[in-house]
Write a protein that binds this ligand. Structure first.
Ligand SMILES: Cc1cc2nc3c(=O)[nH]c(=O)nc-3n(C[C@H](O)[C@H](O)[C@H](O)COP(=O)(O)OP(=O)(O)OC[C@H]3O[C@@H](n4cnc5c(N)ncnc54)[C@H](O)[C@@H]3O)c2cc1C
Length: 389
């Protein structure tokens, strides 16, 4: 297995860096930070102009047909810079499912708008009572003439406040086993009966709780077969098997190194000479490297459609997020009280990066599958242990 990213990937990485320098301005960054919204129409339009909305999709489906390591170089750079890509990724994930499982009419209606970055699609899988166990969804969809009436609520519908649709899992057959009674819909958020309420997370990110009160959705917006929603959703979430937060680790190590090279202790000695600081930087850099390698392995297994991806992808997600959480805490301890000033304070060290990463890292161990769920998957798929109850 060759872990080098290769010349094309490094070329793309350089292009992404230059692109972000030009497009992801301090004003745009501040807009994302102060609103907590991880989507910016101006940014998405610029990504579209570069043809990067669907880098890894096959050319026949409208993508660039880039290999997984090139896609990885793009992802590593955008995450390292904290660029507002979440709205793009959820939209293109739903668009991909439509391109594979949707009707001809859905492809004609939805895909051109997704490719033009004209619409945003949020994900509506988690509910107030069911997150890890998404198959237990209680939001129901009941037949009404040619359409459906949807009633229930979805928790953590990130970007719903700026989205046009929610790609939603709803229960259509309460009598079937839980995985078999679900159907997927693209629910327009401008329909009567939809209510969106902001939920601010510990990291300052804005997500939402969305309520659906007898919301009418046409059958033309049902994606896949009735009661076949689980298959549709797992098709879409397959990409989460290659989730990683090495980009955040990279950002943290960079900030720590910069700080160590510019700050001094009370006696005027450069912090870069402090053995504890040097040890922390060395350890963080090594852990970053391990995260990157685990992710590269997962990306290559994904390309080969190797079934061992499931457990190996969980290792990548688990390792990168848990190390990030620990690194963030230890870094803040090292920097001391100065590191506690937030980005709202112009004198904050590294623009408040250290205290923010402590708050942000917690969430990374929850979304895209919690650490406990990743451990269960590793136990089952790598160690061959029985499925947990
Ligand atoms: C900032 C943020 C953004 C999000 N964005 C979205 C989004 O856009 N769309 C969306 O649909 N969802 C989103 N989520 C939801 C996210 O996917 C869920 O939070 C996650 O799946 C966990 O679900 P839960 O919060 O209901 O926790 P629960 O599933 O209730 O879990 C509670 C605790 O029990 C543990 N646990 C659960 N089951 C098991 C088990 N079988 N074995 C061992 N331990 C277990 C969990 O690990 C956790 O520690 C977001 C979450 C956050 C925090």
């Amino acid at each position: 297995m060759d872990f080098r990213l290769g010349a094309e990937s490094e070329q793309l990485r350089q292009e992404v860096r230059e692109f972000l320098d030009e497009v992801f301005t301090p004003e745009m960054r501040e807009r994302c930070r102060s609103t907590g919204v991880q989507h910016d129409p101006e940014f998405s339009a610029a990504v579209r102009e570069r043809g990067w909305l669907a880098l890894g999709w096959p050319v026949e489906l409208g993508g660039q047909g880039r290999d997984p390591l090139e896609v990885l170089a793009y992802t590593e750079e955008t995450r390292r810079r904290d660029a507002p890509v979440y709205g793009i990724s959820t939209t293109m994930m739903a668009a991909y499912v439509i391109s594979v499982l949707g009707t001809e009419e859905q492809k004609r209606e939805i895909l051109p708008k997704a490719f033009a970055a004209e619409i945003v699609i949020a994900l509506g899988f988690t509910e107030p009572e069911n997150g890890s166990d998404a198959a237990a969804a209680a939001t129901k969809a009941v037949r009404d003439g040619d359409g459906w009436r949807i009633t229930g609520s979805k928790m953590f519908t990130t970007n719903a406040s700026v989205a046009d649709y929610v790609f939603m899992l709803a229960r259509t057959n309460p009598d079937a086993p839980k995985h078999r009674g679900l159907t997927t819909f693209l629910v327009p958020l401008d329909q009567p009966g939809v209510e969106i309420r902001a939920v601010k997370t510990l990291s300052g990110e804005r997500t939402n709780i969305t309520y659906y009160n007898d919301v009418l959705v046409g059958d033309d917006l049902r994606i896949g077969e009735v009661d076949g929603g689980w298959r549709v959703m797992t098709r879409g979430l397959a990409a989460e098997h290659t989730a990683s937060f090495s980009g955040e680790q990279d950002r943290l190590v960079e900030a720590l190194t910069r700080w160590a090279c510019s700050a001094s202790d009370e006696e005027g000695r450069p912090r870069s000479q402090d053995p504890a600081v040097r040890e922390r930087i060395g350890r963080s850099r090594t852990e970053l490297e391990v995260s990157k390698l685990l992710l590269r392995r997962a990306a290559l297994l994904r390309e080969r459609k190797d079934p061992s991806l499931v457990g190996r992808g969980s290792m990548s997600k688990l390792f990168s997020t848990e190390r990030l959480e620990r690194q963030a805490k230890e870094t803040l301890e090292l920097v001391g009280p100065d590191g506690l000033r937030s980005a709202d304070d112009p004198s904050a060290v590294e623009g408040g990066a250290f205290e923010h990463m402590v708050r942000h890292a917690k969430g990374t161990t929850i979304y895209a599958g919690t650490s406990e769920i990743q451990r269960n998957i590793i136990a089952q798929h790598v160690l061959g242990l029985p499925r947990s109850g």
